[in-house]
Design a binder for this molecule. Structure first.
Ligand SMILES: [Zn+2]
Length: 311
């Protein structure tokens, strides 16, 4: 009798332990239950090709959204394991994953997930579309940000196509049926780019980022392998990179200050969303285009997604 009791007790302990393990694993994967997400926070996911893409295109907006209380997740479809002149493979992927975690901490966003697809080899394949659909569904996203499929880098192009292919499919129950569908199609937005063909980017929504420019730069500074090694190497200016970490941050701050300066198209967007006085005061901005494939937001809904326009 005693032996049976001990056996039942051990069985119970094993079940309890496994349940705890499963729970903590799913929390680490970001697969918290939908019920846990019913906290009234607007849920935003940015999906892109490499760990550092969204940081550079919308790091300021992500920091402002997080500050306003939105749940913000970054999802890199590839591991970034090709982005270096002398490192590569699993070791580089691990290094970049750690850099992404540090960037998320600095930007104040909830999560930065890096999938395990190879960098430089991304194609709009069905199994990757399914990964993207699962991630958008598991995040219970209200808003999805992606890249436009016009870009010099094939991974950027196909990351854009993968997000477009997931738009609408996220609500179809018979597609990727292992993950419950969203009950409503999210708003899909594009992060900005400068490519003109076949059509230039439309600055539908423009966010002033002056107050978080430093936060954005510090987020980028976390990607040491990219900002101070790979990108300067491939750009032919590795010799300009300063030695000390303080000097590096300043170096990047100077460059970013130039790059994110408000353009004429952005200025009219800023005035539209913030009013003339505030809109004309910004020096730095990030822009977004509304994708035709998702829910088409009203002006009121856009103001909920971008609560910084109220301040
Ligand atoms: Zn990239």
């Amino acid at each position: 009798m005693k032996a049976i009791r001990i056996t039942i007790f051990s069985l119970f302990a094993v079940v309890l332990f496994s349940f705890t393990l499963i729970n903590s694993a799913s929390a680490q994967n970001g697969n918290v239950s939908r019920a846990d997400q019913e906290d009234g926070r607007l849920r935003v996911i940015a999906v892109f090709a490499h760990p550092d893409d969204a940081d550079s295109k919308m790091g300021g907006t992500a920091a402002l959204m997080a500050k306003a209380g939105h749940a913000v997740k970054f999802l890199s479809i590839t591991s970034g394991d090709a982005g270096h002149q002398s490192e590569g493979g699993g070791a580089l992927a691990r290094r970049r994953r750690a850099e992404a975690q540090e960037a998320a901490r600095r930007l104040g966003i909830d999560e930065y997930k890096v999938l395990d697809n190879h960098d430089g080899e991304l194609l709009p394949e069905l199994h990757i579309r399914q990964q993207v659909i699962r991630e958008i569904r598991n995040w219970n996203a209200d808003v999805v940000l992606g890249l436009r499929p016009n870009d010099y880098h094939p991974d950027h192009r196909y990351a854009g196509v993968l997000v477009q292919d997931a738009a609408y499919m996220v609500v179809v129950p018979n597609v990727t049926p292992d993950t419950p569908p969203l009950t409503k199609n999210p708003v899909f937005l594009y992060m900005s780019d400068g490519f003109q063909k076949p059509n230039p980017f439309s600055h539908d929504i423009v966010v002033g980022i002056d107050e978080v420019l430093e936060t954005k730069v510090l987020g980028l500074d976390a990607h040491v392998s990219q900002m101070y090694e790979w990108l300067p190497w491939v750009g032919g200016n590795l010799d300009e990179v300063p030695e000390t970490s303080e000097a590096r941050v300043q170096w990047m701050m100077d460059r970013r200050t130039q790059w994110s300066r408000v353009s004429d198209e952005q200025r009219s967007g800023l005035v539209k969303w913030y009013g003339a006085e505030k809109g004309n005061s910004f020096k730095h901005a990030e822009s977004f285009e509304i994708c035709e494939y998702g829910k088409q937001p009203t002006e009121e809904e856009i103001r909920k997604i971008f609560p910084m326009f109220q301040n």
